[in-house]
Design a protein around this ligand. Structure first.
Ligand SMILES: Nc1ncnc2c1ncn2[C@@H]1O[C@H](COP(=O)(O)OP(=O)(O)OP(=O)(O)O)[C@@H](O)[C@H]1O
Length: 370
């Protein structure tokens, strides 16, 4: 139990306490001492002896945590050597930690949440919804925001590949720590199926999975949570509307005039569940040619038309871009790999407009792990 008036656990030598207090678990994003991961640290004739208890044996961040502990303790004046004894929490300690984490945020994304929740939707597949979601997430993270992505696109889960990762969440008790790529924390339905199988789950199973992603994944303090929706108006859209009626919806469409009809349908579900449509993003807009002309492969005006019908702003027009497509294929989002590409510029502009249109948390929630 941590005494609020003295944040230093009893087993830690006062000379080491301040330095060790700065070492943060990269997945849980809290200081190790607060998480009871350093039950003891003594200083004996210039030798710092530290007991480090990982949450799970297969902790992917184990080496990094150990290095950070060594570095922090080694920088303390008078410390000549650092010995770290690494162990693993026993099940009771792990469960206590999980309960404290849960207790600190009973409803991560409840109505009073400071996290902006944006579901990225489209009326039909292949309009670039996932590409936009992944790049938007990276662009928001580059602006210093804490960003999470849920890939809820059951049939076309592609966010991990777009962000160049095949890492899976780490389980700590019955909580999951999401992996991070390009500064973005993510979970995907694809992380829970073997190989590259398709998912043929029925509504209730999808609903439970979404519920788990929202409740059992330790997201930390997020400024923005983006949700890559499956195309269309199916079970996931309805579930999400029920689970997160306060979420906002961003509709992605192509420039074809006929696409506006389809985009309108995607927005209808949001309307039925009380969600707000934030705006429209037109993707695959005109491609600038070397001679200065613009090739409008998919026509023009679809985004404006959809925005007009929905009574919301057209937030971005993202041009067709070879770099955007190549970045997606390589798992290297164009917004960080080639930030001057016109598509990257348009997505960065979208990130800036999202940030400005409503105050975003941008601060930690006051939590006590005591
Ligand atoms: N602006 C763009 N310029 C060039 N290619 C693009 C652009 N936007 C997306 N693409 C490409 O179009 C293809 C489809 O994109 P993506 O998978 O993001 O679509 P989606 O709407 O999420 O599809 P689904 O919902 O069916 O999974 C990808 O190959 C992607 O690289």
């Amino acid at each position: 139990m941590i005494d609020a008036s003295d944040p230093r656990p009893a087993g830690i030598d006062p000379a080491l306490a301040a330095a060790l207090g700065t070492v943060v678990d990269p997945e849980i994003r809290r200081p190790l001492v607060e998480l009871d991961m350093i039950p003891s640290a003594t200083l004996d004739g210039g030798v710092a002896r530290i007991r480090l208890e990982l949450t799970v044996a297969a902790c992917p961040a184990a080496d990094r945590i150990q290095d950070d502990v060594r570095l922090a303790a080694g920088a303390v004046p008078g410390v000549e050597a650092v010995e770290v004894e690494v162990g693993v929490m026993d099940p009771a300690a792990r469960q206590a930690l999980v309960e404290r984490l849960r207790g600190s945020r009973p409803q991560q994304f409840g109505p009073g949440t400071l996290t902006r929740i944006v579901a990225v939707a489209s009326g039909k597949g292949g309009v670039g919804k996932s590409t936009v979601t992944a790049n938007l997430a990276v662009a928001l993270a580059a602006r210093g925001l804490s960003v999470g992505v849920i890939d809820a696109d059951v049939h076309g889960y592609s966010i991990p590949a777009l962000l160049g990762t095949d890492a899976r969440p780490t389980r700590v008790g019955d909580m999951m720590m999401p992996p991070e790529a390009h500064g973005v924390r993510l979970v995907s339905i694809g992380m829970f199926v073997e190989g590259n199988r398709s998912v043929s789950w029925r509504g209730p199973m999808l609903h439970r999975t979404l519920q788990q992603f929202l409740a059992d994944v330790w997201w930390g303090d997020l400024d923005v949570l983006l949700i890559d929706m499956p195309p269309g108006t199916g079970d996931v859209a309805i579930s999400l509307g029920q689970l997160l009626p306060h979420a906002e919806v961003l509709v992605v469409t192509t420039p074809q005039r006929a696409a506006a009809d389809v985009a309108e349908r995607a927005a209808e579900v949001a309307d039925q569940t009380g969600q707000t449509v934030l705006g429209v993003v037109e993707n695959m807009a005109g491609l600038a040619q070397p001679d200065g002309t613009v090739l409008e492969l998919f026509g023009a005006g679809g985004g404006e038309e959809a925005a007009r019908r929905l009574g919301v702003p057209l937030l971005a027009r993202i041009p067709l871009s070879v770099a955007l497509r190549e970045g997606g294929d390589a798992g290297a989002p164009v917004v960080s790999g080639e930030p001057t590409d016109p598509a990257a510029v348009a997505i960065a502009g979208l990130a800036a407009s999202l940030r400005g249109s409503r105050p975003i948390a941008g601060r930690s929630l006051p939590i006590s792990l005591a």
